[in-house]
Design a protein around this ligand. Structure first.
Ligand code: DSN
Length: 446
């Protein structure tokens, strides 16, 4: 069968591979009938899906627009140039590199561009919310550079000033004593705004460079609900698939003075041929994020996270840092049930159709595989059209699931209530044949 003869890609084009077609269908149904609360996930538009499933995947394009190592790149050059220009316009950056395959690659490329092997980097502790590429012993970053870690202040137990916020005194003290070449801000599990200004001031005070890892808040920055580090940090790395709601991938923004070093660090320094189908999908997502409705969406993500936090607190959970300013919540399970681990909570919630991930909380006594915490995010279900009323309901469903976690009947009841709730907010009505429901926040793009 000629796949191009069939205009319905997801069903028809895969007819010759029923196993994969069936698995894609099953995953579409899973995403549509269960709650997606993993803070690093989202639902892209169908326009993003179309670009990333396009013939652009066929083209080798090592190099950059106008400077490729293979022929036939005139169209691809236009695609990548559009993606770069849209990224620059969206974030107000002088230069954009849209080729990193992931956020981890973007960070590695940025370190390689800014530093020499063995240089010192000051970054956030993994168990306080940092990322693997911020110096985890398991990451190659820690084998190439010397990492020193800062963390968050202790929890106070005081509702007015709960603590567990970035300890800027510690950042300043460590910067003064360790003289890092680079200071990194950014986190995967920090529920508060990360102000780039004090980081810049501390970096300047010791002559360090400053990298802001915006993997998580990129969409909130684009939507105007998180302060932009662009123009404050020397380099900003980001992922395109989290709050930014694009395809899975990374990007790097920087001033003109770093452009050449960043570009050669990504290619040929770290990667080979760029994934131009993904670059095209990034271009689509950057354009979508430029629309006024994306800002409405970004504000709704934060409002929903706050509503979910209020609901969870009423169920007896403790929110690390007392709440949230962004798209995610870090939940300390211990006050709810001292025996309940993050691992067990994640597994039980999965059975009830509530998808999230276990996460360490600051100074977690349990291992990263077990943990005492859960991380939840609202970016995906906000895209599907859910609002604060649904967040309140989700909080009670989480409470019920974990309270009755050994009761199979109750788990089945919650699962059917979750399916009923999700049926009103189909993320991909055109793929699942779902009718009605609120219009998804990305509607209009497909
Ligand atoms: N693994 C991603 C997250 O879930 O936050 C970060 O790379």
């Amino acid at each position: 069968m000629n796949p191009l003869a069939d205009p319905t890609p997801f069903a028809g084009w895969l007819a010759e591979d029923p196993q994969i077609a069936g698995l894609i269908e099953a995953e579409t149904q899973r995403q549509s009938s269960t709650l997606q609360l993993i803070a690093s996930e989202n639902f892209t538009s169908t326009a993003v899906l179309a670009a990333s499933g396009s013939v652009l995947t066929n083209k080798y394009a090592e190099g950059y627009p106008g400077r490729r190592y293979y022929g036939g790149n005139s169209v691809i050059d236009e695609v990548e140039e559009l993606a770069r220009e849209r990224a620059k316009a969206l974030f107000g950056a002088e230069h954009a590199n849209v080729q990193p395959h992931a956020g981890a690659n973007a960070n590695l490329a940025a370190y390689q561009a800014l530093l020499e092997p063995g240089d010192t980097i000051l970054a956030m502790r993994l168990d306080h919310g940092g990322h693997l590429t911020h110096g985890s012993p398991a990451s190659i970053t820690s084998k190439i550079w010397r990492f020193v870690a800062y963390g968050v202040t202790p929890a106070t137990g005081d509702a007015e000033h709960p603590g567990e916020v970035i300890d800027f005194d510690q950042v300043a003290d460590l910067a003064a004593s360790e003289r890092p070449k680079l200071i990194v801000a950014g986190s995967t599990a920090y529920a508060r705004v990360i102000d780039p200004v004090p980081f810049r001031q501390i970096a300047d005070s010791v002559g360090a460079l400053f990298l802001f890892d915006a993997a998580h808040p990129a969409g909130l920055i684009a939507g105007g609900v998180h302060p932009s580090p662009v123009g404050i940090a020397d380099v900003v790395t980001l992922t395109t698939h989290k709050t930014l709601r694009g395809p899975r991938g990374g990007a790097i923004l920087c001033g003109a003075e770093w452009a050449k070093k960043i570009d050669s660090s990504v290619f040929p320094g770290l990667q080979g041929g760029p994934l131009e189908h993904v670059v095209a999908a990034k271009a689509v997502a950057f354009a979508e994020a430029f629309r006024p409705e994306f800002s409405v969406y970004a504000h709704a993500v934060v409002e929903n996270a706050r509503a979910l936090a209020v609901g969870l607190a009423a169920e007896g959970f403790r929110l690390v840092s007392g709440g949230t300013d962004n798209h995610l919540l870090l939940v300390d399970l211990r006050p709810f049930d001292a025996e309940l681990t993050g691992k067990e909570a994640q597994e039980v919630l999965d059975r009830a159709g509530i998808t999230c991930n276990r996460n360490t909380i600051p100074d977690d006594p349990r291992s990263p595989f077990v943990t005492s915490g859960l991380r939840l995010g609202t970016a995906a279900q906000t895209t599907a059209g859910m609002g604060t009323a649904e967040m309140a309901r989700i909080a009670t469903l989480i409470g019920r699931t974990l309270r009755h976690r050994t009761d199979a009947g109750e788990l089945a009841t919650v699962r059917s209530e979750v399916a009923e709730l999700c049926a009103g907010f189909p993320p991909y009505p055109s793929l699942t044949g779902a009718a009605g429901g609120p219009v998804p926040a990305h509607a209009g793009s497909g």
